[in-house]
Structures are given as structure tokens and as C-alpha cells.
Design a protein around this ligand. Structure first.
Ligand SMILES: Nc1ncnc2c1ncn2[C@@H]1O[C@H](COP(=O)(O)OP(=O)(O)O)[C@@H](O)[C@H]1O
Ligand SMILES: [Mg+2]
Length: 141
């Protein structure tokens, strides 16, 4: 199933993501695609809020993974600075979705071959300064 949504503000994107987070269960994986500045981190922040996480979510700068402890923890990956998929071996990448938490992966295109079958793919496109096209692809089963 694919859903297409156009958002007209950061808040609309955040609110959409908050709902996704609120509905997420342990082991859910959100794979985020899109160029710099399209709103991937806003989506991560919204998902975190939906999970009840009150910490400020920032983009992990040097680390590629940040863990936020909560009833359902959040594993936030940002693969922007990854040079080779081998670097995923140093992270608990695949272990994350077998765990208790919800995973959010920015720059998921860099780990495409290693994403799980249950990944929900969220593709963001820039339309204008304030508008984004957001495609949400749910796995077939
Ligand atoms: N409709 C929108 N949805 C999401 N972000 C938007 C929207 N309109 C403008 N923005 C702005 O785009 C930027 C997105 O930044 P960010 O989430 O850090 O991008 P990314 O993580 O994809 O590089 C923010 O400055 C945000 O305010
Ligand atoms: Mg980001």
C-alpha cells in the first residue's frame, strides 16, 4: 500500500510523523529517503514524540546512531556520513529491529540492501520552500 501526502509546513509533517510513532509497535522500522532539507529529521522528531519521548532529537553528528530510552526505545540512525555499508557492521544495525524499539533510518538509500522486509519506506520530495511530497510505502504483508 502506498499513501501520498503533500504537507504545507514543518508542523504538518511533524504531526503526520507523530501519528506514525503513536501507532508503531516494537520492531517497527521507518526507512527515510530524500535529499538534505526535505524533512527526514522532522519525521524522526515526530515519531519520537508519538512514542512519548520528550528528549530533544537531534541529528546524530559523528555517531550514526543515537538511542533514546523510553517504554518503546527509539533507535535513530543517520547514515549521511557513512562511507561504506561495511560501517553498518559496527552499529547494531540489524540487531535493532529484533529488539524492543522502533528504528528510524535517515538516508536509508545507503543501506537499501540491508533493510528488513517489514520496513515502512517514507520518501520525501521538496516541492517548494514549505511544501513536501511524502510517499509512505507499507510492505505488502
Ligand atoms: N512541509 C515541510 N515539512 C518538513 N519540513 C519543512 C517543511 N517546510 C519547510 N520545512 C523545513 O525544512 C527543513 C527540514 O529539515 P530536516 O528535517 O533537518 O531535513 P533532513 O533531515 O531531511 O535533512 C526544516 O528547516 C523545516 O523547517
Ligand atoms: Mg536529517
Amino acid at each position: 500500500m502506498i499513501k501520498e501526502i503533500i504537507t504545507h509546513s514543518e508542523k504538518e509533517t511533524f504531526d503526520l510523523a507523530e501519528k506514525l510513532g503513536a501507532g508503531a509497535t516494537r520492531g517497527a522500522v521507518f526507512a527515510l529517503y530524500g535529499e538534505l532539507g526535505t524533512g527526514k529529521t522532522i519525521i524522526a522528531k515526530g515519531i519520537a514524540k508519538g512514542l512519548g519521548i520528550t528528549d530533544d532529537i537531534t541529528s546524530p553528528t559523528f555517531l550514526m546512531e543515537e538511542i533514546y530510552e523510553a517504554q518503546i526505545p527509539l533507535y535513530h540512525f543517520d547514515l549521511y556520513r557513512m562511507n561504506s555499508p561495511d560501517e553498518l557492521d559496527e552499529l547494531d544495525f540489524e540487531e535493532s529491529w529484533d529488539g524492543e524499539g522502533v528504528s528510524v533510518i535517515e538516508w536509508a538509500e545507503r543501506a537499501e540492501s540491508r533493510l528488513p522486509a517489514n520496513a515502512i519506506k517514507i520518501k520525501l520530495d521538496w516541492i517548494s520552500e514549505t511544501e513536501r511530497r511524502i510517499l509512505i510505502e507499507y510492505p505488502d504483508n
